[in-house]
Write a protein that binds this ligand. Structure first.
Ligand SMILES: Cc1cc2nc3c(=O)[nH]c(=O)nc-3n(C[C@H](O)[C@H](O)[C@H](O)COP(=O)(O)O)c2cc1C
Length: 376
């Protein structure tokens, strides 16, 4: 029986990506369900903000034009009535005219000064940040961690990039680069729009009721390779007055280990060969484990599933009698099957649906979620 269960579990794990694919189903042949932007493409197409480019394609790597970005924001705004201010010679009569006129009248976009808007010009990454920031009402920006190429960000976009990064709306590329003058791709814009929606949700005021019934104890267990999940874990713990327990691999992950863009990097090897995913932890059991009624399990999403360093904690502990709440951070993917796969791996415990946060989710977003769940 045990053998049969473990065979089923390993099949589930081996096919995690495939299961995730079925669950998410992007509907575009060039958007694999394991792509980092798949969740965002689903979001923008479900909301009617972006559609495909024809022939069943989304063209995730294609640059976005200025007219198209204005159209997406205009749709997001519910397409309010527009007065044609006739500001741009290259806009009149185009399908994008209402959108560009609305965006210009709202101070979200401006033209080139020669009477043109540049409808078919590509949007750069710094323009993408600046346009969204103005759309958001130019909120105050806290400059946090700098990008390695911070000095090449144009001054008009600096506050926008700070704001977008601090709120988890836009992230950098590899090696902490922002690439401000690079073209923004359709996948990047879709991700930005989805993360912005989550940021806006977090703006709603948090109800004040404390959710944890008195007398129950809560533990927040997490693995975090680059600090995003840790930040969310600490907010949850603070909100619930809970204890935390960090899962630390004995052989910790360096930046080079985590670079999935380099073939043969440690994460790539572990992704390709499941037998390498047995990650030894400095500690996989918690003192006074029996006293906890609620256990949160946090992890980053790696290739659509929970980062595997959490696995040895899951298999080493008995969750009987505990409410278990998975949560994850990711660039774009949803929670997908990650929580269900861990629940199956554990075999015990009352596992809840769980929640995904963007890598830089605001404290307000996290607190709001914590307030919405009912614990033991
Ligand atoms: C090896 C690896 C694989 C990743 N795979 C995905 C993915 O499939 N989908 C996604 O949206 N983000 C993916 N990411 C991004 C992380 O999920 C995201 O940056 C997360 O917030 C990192 O959390 P941490 O800072 O706690 O490690 C991946 C990151 C790494 C290092």
């Amino acid at each position: 029986m045990k053998q049969a269960i473990s065979l089923v579990l390993s099949l589930i794990l081996a096919g995690a990506s495939a299961l995730f694919a079925l669950a998410a189903g992007t509907g575009f042949e060039d958007v694999p369900t394991t792509a980092w932007y798949a969740g965002a493409v689903n979001y923008v197409s479900e909301k009617g903000l972006m559609s495909g480019t024809g022939n069943g394609k989304f063209s995730p790597d294609t640059p976005m034009t200025r007219a198209m970005l204005a159209a997406i924001l205009y749709r997001n705004e519910g397409q309010p009535p527009v007065v044609d201010i006739g500001a741009f010679s290259d806009v009149r009569g185009g399908w994008y005219a209402d959108a560009v006129n609305w965006a210009a009248a709202s101070g979200i976009v401006s033209g080139y000064g020669d009477g043109r808007f540049g409808v078919n010009d590509s949007v750069t990454r710094q323009d993408m940040a600046a346009i969204l920031w103005r759309y958001a009402g130019s909120p105050a920006a806290v400059s946090g961690q700098d990008f390695a190429d911070e000095s090449s960000i144009a001054s008009y976009a600096a506050a926008a990039v700070d704001w977008a990064r601090a709120n988890g709306i836009i992230s950098g590329k590899g090696y902490n680069r922002f690439d401000p003058r690079g073209n923004a791709t359709r996948a990047e814009i879709a991700t930005m729009i989805m993360n912005y929606a989550q940021y806006k949700e977090g703006d709603e005021p948090t109800p004040p009721t404390p959710p944890t019934p008195s007398g129950s104890k809560t533990l927040v267990v997490y693995f975090s390779a680059t600090g995003s999940t840790e930040r969310v874990a600490n907010i949850i713990a603070e909100e619930l007055d809970a204890d935390t327990f960090e899962l630390v691999p004995t052989n910790s992950y360096t930046s080079a280990d985590l670079d999935w863009t380099t073939p043969g990097s440690r994460v790539n090897r572990e992704h390709e060969d499941e037998s390498l995913r047995d990650i030894e932890l400095v500690a996989d059991t918690v003192e006074n484990w029996e006293q906890y009624d609620n256990v949160f399990i946090g992890y980053p999403i790696w290739w659509g599933i929970a980062a595997w360093p959490v696995n040895n904690f899951i298999t080493a502990n008995d969750f009987t009698g505990k409410t278990v709440i998975p949560f994850c951070t990711s660039s774009s993917s949803g929670l997908g099957q990650s929580g269900t796969l861990l629940a199956n791996m554990a075999g015990t415990g009352d596992w809840q649906e769980g929640q995904r946060f963007s890598s830089g989710a605001s404290g307000e977003t996290v607190r709001q979620w914590v307030q919405s769940i009912s614990l033991n």
